[in-house]
Design a protein around this ligand. Structure first.
Ligand code: F6R
Length: 615
């Protein structure tokens, strides 16, 4: 759950490392640090608790000698609090070696006891320092950083990406990974390492993903990869589709504001080239066509917002492909002995492609004989690499911790998948397929319209800045939208928020309604079932009668809610299945504006990190 960067070349390492850390700060922001081998061949480190800004200020006040080789880290604390001492890099070999770590070393107590017994001393509470000291010991025994890594990785249990440099081997950065991410950026006379491609995208778009249980060594003009047993592994280069500008905040007040505004494009890009003449054709899934024809069940595994996108997609996939779809939180899935075999397709949904709970669910499913498909936003990430097939969302880099554009891109990708599956299985006629494809293609423009409601929502958020609890109600596909609206408000504005299925209200939650209680209601599209629509309108009357303050999210032209709602926020009219792609947006904007009204940091809410790479 930390961001790591490495650089070796001929330019100053510090600027490259700090620039990479700035882009990776979303992965953790408890502390930051860098290590550089300076021009005299001496290893220097600087590390500070707090956000990257604190380290930058310290370096500005007390500059550190620069060099051409270095590593950098931004931390999300797991073992040991966010202090200067626990910040990375950690030192080994009497201060000649520096190491940074992302992940958790599960057997660090036993290793620490072993090293303490040999007389080694420790200055932090972290599991990571154990790896640094161990690597230092093995370096002394071998005199070679790559060989020392080979010896150390076999001793570590758990998940890790490690990067290290040693002052006796300037011009070399070595890394190793197991279940945590690591990507190489290939430059001209310089090379980079990063937790993801955002770390080096301003310098190069040529990249190499380092596989599981592999060790990578980079110099200014070379890269070599071996597996943990020392056997060479072929280097496979890919071109990163994102550009540097996409990874930057542009003129927006926050990454979140920027990412909300990018939703029309995120959906348009996700659809691009995948619909021809009214038919969805996912060429990237050609290799699993037979699997898709033969499966009898789908299980979607994901966490948080990604799980809600899966819940929305369940309605569409079941309707179009006539296959049962279950949606499970990844961390619950693999601990309850789910019934799996080769007739099941397990679809993981993950923006980062690194969420450990989801990764473990995918591995569990694959071991149990199920087929696996990853819906992911990050090229070269671990989950797609662990899956039999991948369907990339093309939302571009999502930097704000709270997920927004990834959600709509995930729903769009899963809908594409549903239509593709239906076509393969012959469950949908040509006209219905074309209707589904057209419904999707209309979304980018409709999203642009929804964004125009921004000012009204900002006003509403200001009025509600003192609110202590908010409820969200939805039915059918509106239910997961209600859950997502509540999650956004909790994580950004630190307000107690609950999402309910509207039909469940009378079974308990209605007791929460008291005069003035704000309730957002996602009103189903009037183009769908009249029964569902009228039931939600009745729910609105029930809560209004008990004093609730109703904020309805309703389709343009739907006047049925006017007599009962205190506020109506309009979204363009769409068929019911497509409405979640629109109705979620006002809820994202509301949570962001309310958090801003409370003076909170919307890009980096407290206690959270963008990519949850621990279980
Ligand atoms: C909420 C949020 C999280 C993520 C969840 C899964 O705004 O961002 O709930 O959706 O941690 O992350 P990914 O999609 O990276 O697997």
């Amino acid at each position: 759950m930390c961001g790591i960067v490495g650089y070796v070349g001929s330019r100053g390492a510090q600027d490259n490392l700090l620039g990479g850390l700035r882009r990776l700060e979303y992965r953790g922001y408890d502390s930051a640090g860098i290590a550089v081998i300076d021009e005299h061949g001496t290893l220097d480190i600087r590390k500070k608790s707090g956000k990257l800004r604190v380290l930058l200020e310290d370096l500005a006040a007390h500059p550190m000698a620069d060099g051409a080789t270095g590593i950098g880290h931004t931390r999300w604390a797991t073992h040991g609090g966010p202090t200067d001492a626990n910040a990375h890099p950690h030192l080994g070999d009497d201060g000649k070696l520096a190491l940074i770590h992302n992940g958790i070393i599960e057997n660090f107590f036993a290793l620490k006891d072993e090293l303490v017994a040999e007389g080694y001393e420790f200055s932090s509470d972290t599991d990571s320092e154990v790896a640094a000291v161990l690597l230092g010991r093995e370096y002394r025994a071998t005199g070679d950083l790559v060989e020392a890594f080979g010896r150390v990785v076999g001793r570590l249990n758990g998940a890790f990406t490690l990067l290290a440099i040693h002052q006796e081997q300037p011009g070399l950065v070595v890394g190793a990974r197991r279940n945590s991410p690591l990507v190489v950026g290939l430059g001209n006379g310089e090379n980079f390492l990063g937790s993801d491609v955002a770390a080096f995208i301003e310098h190069t778009r040529r990249a190499v993903a380092v596989g599981h249980d592999q060790i990578v060594a980079i110099t200014a003009d070379g890269i070599s990869i071996t597996d943990f047993s020392g056997a060479m592994v072929p280097v496979e280069e890919f071109e990163v589709a994102w550009d540097a500008e996409a990874a930057d905040k542009g003129g927006w007040s926050s990454f979140m504001a920027k990412e909300i505004s990018e939703q029309p494009e995120a959906v348009a890009n996700t659809l691009a080239g995948r619909i021809t003449a009214g038919r969805v054709d996912l060429t990237e899934l050609a290799g699993i066509a037979d699997v898709l024809r033969s499966i009898t069940r789908i299980v979607i595994v994901a966490c948080g917002t990604a799980a809600y996108s899966g819940m929305v997609a369940k309605y569409a996939i079941e309707k179009w492909a006539k296959l049962p779809v279950e949606v499970e939180l990844s961390h619950e899935f693999r601990y309850r002995e789910p019934v799996l075999d080769s007739s099941v397709l397990v679809i993981s949904v993950s923006q980062s492609g690194e969420t450990m709970d989801t990764l473990m669910a995918v591995k569990y499913a694959a071991e149990a004989g199920a087929h696996t498909l990853s819906v992911c936003n990050t090229q070269g990430a671990t989950i797609p690499r662990e899956s039999s097939a991948v369907l990339y969302t093309r939302a571009g880099p999502e930097v704000a911790v709270a997920s927004t554009k990834a959600f709509v891109a995930q729903v769009a990708a899963l809908y594409l998948f549903g239509l593709h599956l239906a076509a393969l299985r012959g469950t949908l006629g040509d006209a219905e397929q074309a209707e589904g494809a057209a419904g999707l293609q209309a979304i980018p423009e409709k999203l642009t319209e929804v964004l125009l409601e921004g000012e009204r929502i900002e006003q509403l958020a200001h009025w509600m800045a003192d609110t202590r609890a908010v409820l969200f109600l939805g039915r059918h596909v509106g239910y997961p939208v209600a859950l997502e609206g509540a999650l956004k408000l909790k994580e950004l504005a630190y307000i107690h928020a609950e999402g309910f299925a509207a039909g469940e209200l009378k079974h308990g939650p209605i007791a929460l309604i008291e005069p003035g209680q704000p309730v957002f209601v996602i009103v189903p599209s009037p183009l769908g079932s009249e029964l569902i629509h009228s039931k939600v309108v009745s729910n609105i009357q029930e809560i209004r009668a008990r004093g609730a303050r109703v904020i309805a999210i309703a389709a343009a032209g739907d006047v049925s809610v006017l007599p009962f709602a205190d506020e109506v926020i309009r979204v363009p009219l769409a068929e019911p299945l497509f409405e979640p792609l629109l109705s979620v947006v006002p809820l994202q904007m509301f949570a962001m504006r309310l958090a801003e009204a409370k003076g909170l940091d919307v890009d980096q809410p407290r206690n959270l990190a963008k990519s949850v790479t621990v279980e």
